[in-house]
Design a protein around this ligand. Structure first.
Ligand code: PBG
Length: 336
C-alpha cells in the first residue's frame, strides 16, 4: 500500500477508464453476440397444441405442427442454433423411439432443416425421454436401486446419433454420460458416411438438482433411483478434466459443461486446458430461479440475465445454451 501523500499513488487510477459509457465501451473485454447462443426446443408427439412448462415461464412443449414456426421465429430473432429434445408418444425398456428413423426428433429435424436450412440443428442424444423408467441407459432395478448397463446403452446411443444424422442434424450432442459413447458414436457415424457430422459432447455433466424443471419439460424424471451412478459428483473438478480429455481422445469436436453458473471454475479450466469450442448449459433450474425472482420483483431480470451471460463468456465459454436465447438475441439487436 502506498502512503496517501505519495505522488505514486496517483499513477494507477483504474477509475479513469470508467468515467463515461463511451470509455467503458471501448475498454470492455467481453461482449455478447447473438451467434453465442443456442436455444433448446421441446417437441412432443403427444400434443396438438403447445403446453406451457409451468416451472419454466416462457418455455413450451411444442406439437410437431408448431416446431417449424417456433424455430423460424427464433431464427428471425437472431438465434443461430437450436438444441432439439423429443418427447415420444410411447416409451419402452429399450428406448425404441430414440433410434426410430421416423421418430419425433427425426421428423422434427427433417422439417426444420427443409424450412430453414441456415439454422443449425443440434440434437440431444439421450435415451431418458424414450425409456419407460426415465434413466439414460438400459436399466434393471434392484428394489429402489437402478443399475444402468453401460455397453448395451452405448450401442443404442450410437444408433440414435446415426439416426439423427440421417435425418439431417448438423451436430449430435450426447448427454447420457455412459463411458465410451463418444468413440462408439464416432465409429458408427464414420462407417455410415457421416464423418463430417460433429459431436458436441456433454463431457462434464454433473448430477445436479438444477435439472428439476427440465425433467417436467422433457418428461424424463427417473421413476426410481437417481442419476448419480453415471452423472458426475458436484464435488469433482479434476475428474471433470479427465472426462473431457477422454471425450476429446474419442473424437468429440466440441465439449460442454453442465450446469452453468455453479460450475464456472470447470468452464475456465476446460477452456484453458483444451482450447476446444467450449459450450456451457445454463440449465433449467438456473433459468427458473431468475424468472421466479424477477416475477416477485426481487431482481432486475434482464440485467441479471445479461450479467450471467457475460460471466459465461468471461469464464471462457464460446457458446451458451439457454432457454432465454430468444430474449437475449432480441435485446442484443435492440442495443446495436
Ligand atoms: C437428458 C438431459 C437432461 C438435461 C439435458 N439433457 C436432464 C437430466 O440429465 O436429467 C438437463 C437440462 C436442463 O436442466 O436444462 N439426459
Amino acid at each position: 500500500m502506498l502512503p496517501q501523500n505519495s505522488p505514486l499513488s496517483l499513477l494507477q487510477r483504474p477509475r479513469r477508464l470508467r468515467a463515461s459509457p463511451a470509455l467503458r465501451n471501448i475498454v470492455r473485454e467481453t461482449r455478447l453476440a447473438s451467434s453465442d447462443f443456442i436455444l433448446p426446443l421441446f417437441v412432443s408427439e403427444k400434443i396438438t397444441t403447445r403446453v406451457p412448462v409451468t416451472s419454466m415461464p416462457g418455455v413450451f412443449q411444442l406439437p410437431e405442427t408448431e416446431i417449424v414456426s417456433e424455430a423460424l421465429a427464433a431464427h428471425q430473432d437472431g438465434v443461430c442454433a437450436v438444441l432439439l429434445f423429443g418427447i415420444p408418444a410411447t416409451k419402452d425398456e429399450v428406448a425404441s423411439e430414440a433410434y426410430n428413423d421416423n421418430g419425433i426428433v427425426q421428423r422434427a429435424v427433417r422439417s426444420i432443416k427443409t424450412a430453414i436450412p441456415d439454422l443449425i440443428v443440434i440434437t440431444d442424444v439421450c435415451l431418458c425421454e424414450f425409456m419407460s423408467h426415465g434413466h439414460c441407459g438400459v436399466t434393471h432395478f434392484d428394489g429402489e436401486r437402478a443399475h444402468v448397463t453401460n455397453d448395451l446403452s452405448v450401442s443404442l446411443l450410437a444408433k440414435t446419433a446415426l439416426s439423427h444424422a440421417r435425418a439431417g442434424a448438423d451436430i449430435v450432442a450426447p448427454s447420457d454420460m455412459m463411458d465410451g459413447r463418444i468413440g462408439a458414436m464416432r465409429a458408427t457415424l464414420d462407417s455410415h458416411g457421416f464423418e463430417h457430422t460433429p459431436i458436441l459432447s456433454y463431457a462434464a455433466k454433473f448430477a445436479s438438482a438444477f435439472y428439476g424443471p427440465f425433467r417436467d419439460a422433457a418428461e424424463s424424471a427417473p421413476q426410481a433411483g437417481d442419476r448419480r451412478s453415471y452423472q458426475m459428483d458436484a464435488a469433482n473438478g479434476n475428474e471433470a478434466l479427465r472426462e473431457v480429455a477422454l471425450d476429446i481422445e474419442q473424437g468429440a469436436d466440441m465439449v460442454m459443461i453442465k450446469p452453468g453458473l455453479p460450475y464456472l471454475d470447470i468452464v475456465w479450466r476446460v477452456k484453458e486446458r483444451f482450447g476446444l469450442p467450449t459450450v456451457v448449459y445454463h440449465v433449467s433450474g438456473e433459468y427458473s430461479m431468475l424468472k421466479a425472482a424477477a416475477k416477485n420483483g426481487w431482481i432486475d431480470e434482464k440485467a441479471c440475465l445479461m450479467e450471467s451471460m457475460i460471466a459465461f463468456r468471461r469464464a471462457g465459454a464460446d457458446l451458451i445454451i439457454t432457454y432465454a436465447a430468444r430474449e437475449i438475441a432480441r435485446s442484443l439487436r435492440e442495443a446495436s
